[in-house]
Design a protein around this ligand. Structure first.
Ligand SMILES: Cc1cc2nc3c(=O)[nH]c(=O)nc-3n(C[C@H](O)[C@H](O)[C@H](O)COP(=O)(O)OP(=O)(O)OC[C@H]3O[C@@H](n4cnc5c(N)ncnc54)[C@H](O)[C@@H]3O)c2cc1C
Length: 315
């Protein structure tokens, strides 16, 4: 246990029922695997979050912020330190500016990405349909530059608010954001790359659109995803990033004859070879071993080193 008793007591007093100790991460990840986090805290709002981050930094307690756990693989011995969940508290989605041709929508990091897509559809705003069917939170989607159906978060995010490691809330303009394939980074005032920042909210620039065509395109996207992805078993979506050139990861895995290949309870999906699925009793160890095996075979056959898209964490 890395959390000093004093900090534990503080967490209990401060968060009451919103803190749990030795909380299994399998309950909070879409893979349904992962050992216990020393503490799991549900932040109610950004001020509480800022105070918590300051306290944890002061006490040298490590922390990890998470959204819906749909891109996280937590190892079997769990996470030392505090996992901070934003999805119970920071959920507001609101319009903050409107001109005849554009609408700026602010979504808090803990809101579901699906809720932001629904908000856009309900208000006849175009720009978010690409994200329909991507699970996860707005914060996770921004951090991961989530994308599908020809779109990605980088196309709509006009700015973000973050909490810096010293507990300060900062606004970051679009020009300072550096997007990459499934990633986001930015530098601070001194030109150093920021790490350990927490995304509090994102401002999405959307356009007034036609109700009917927005709904038609939404239906098309949902149908396509449904037919292409293995919905029945727990996963974290695509396990590997697509290589910069050449065939996508799923195609390389399929051409390696690995569809249906299993280790323990983990399996390369028959439906989509870049999905590793939990057949029911997989451990994180099974998933990691399978992913290493897949990487090795794809490298042997095609000389391509696949890199995980899924964030792997814990012990
Ligand atoms: C069935 C399925 C289909 C999927 N399809 C797609 C797809 O089509 N396209 C795609 O891009 N992804 C897809 N994914 C992956 C995943 O849904 C996205 O990456 C999603 O954006 C992750 O959001 P999350 O809230 O679940 O993040 P989490 O898994 O909770 O976290 C992911 C990473 O983001 C960090 N993080 C989360 N919130 C914050 C925050 N507020 N501030 C700072 N860091 C933060 C975490 O520390 C972690 O490193 C799919 C996943 C599944 C299970």
């Amino acid at each position: 246990m890395t959390i000093p008793e004093l900090v534990k007591d503080h967490l209990k007093t401060q968060f009451g029922e919103r803190v749990r100790f030795d909380e299994p991460m399998s309950a909070h990840t879409t893979f349904k695997v992962g050992g216990p986090a020393d503490a799991y805290v549900m932040a109610a709002d950004k001020n509480e979050l800022a105070a918590l981050v300051r306290q944890l930094n002061k006490s040298n307690v490590p922390y990890l912020v998470m959204g819906k756990g749909s891109n996280l693989l937590v190892r079997d011995k769990g996470i030392r330190g505090v996992v901070i969940s934003l999805t119970e508290g920071l959920k507001t989605i609101e319009q903050i500016e409107r001109t005849p041709s554009a609408v700026l929508v602010r979504a808090m990091a803990g809101a579901k990405l699906a809720a932001l897509c629904r908000y856009a559809l309900q208000h006849n705003l175009s720009g978010m349909n690409f994200a329909l069917g991507i699970p996860g939170s707005v914060g996770g989607a921004i951090l991961m530059n989530a994308g599908a159906s020809g779109g990605a978060m980088e196309n709509v995010v006009a700015g973000i608010h973050i909490l810096s490691p010293d507990g300060e809330i900062k606004s970051i303009e679009r020009a300072a954001l550096s997007w990459s394939y499934r990633g986001l980074s930015f530098t601070n005032d001194k030109g150093a790359e920021m790490d350990r920042f927490i995304i509090l909210s994102g401002d999405c620039l959307l356009c007034p659109g036609d109700r009917r065509s927005l709904r038609d395109s939404a239906r098309g996207i949902a149908r396509k995803r449904w037919s292409a992805q293995p919905g029945r078993f727990p996963s974290a979506g695509c396990f590997f990033k697509n290589p910069e050139i050449g065939e996508p990861a799923g195609k390389l895995i399929e051409m390696s004859g690995l569809k249906g290949f299993r280790i323990g309870g983990a399996e390369v999906s028959e439906k989509h070879a870049n999905f590793i699925i939990n057949r029911g009793r997989a451990s994180a160890g099974d998933i990691l071993e399978l992913s290493e095996k897949v990487r090795g075979i794809v490298y042997q056959k095609f000389g391509v080193k696949l890199a995980p898209e899924v964030k792997i964490t814990g012990e």
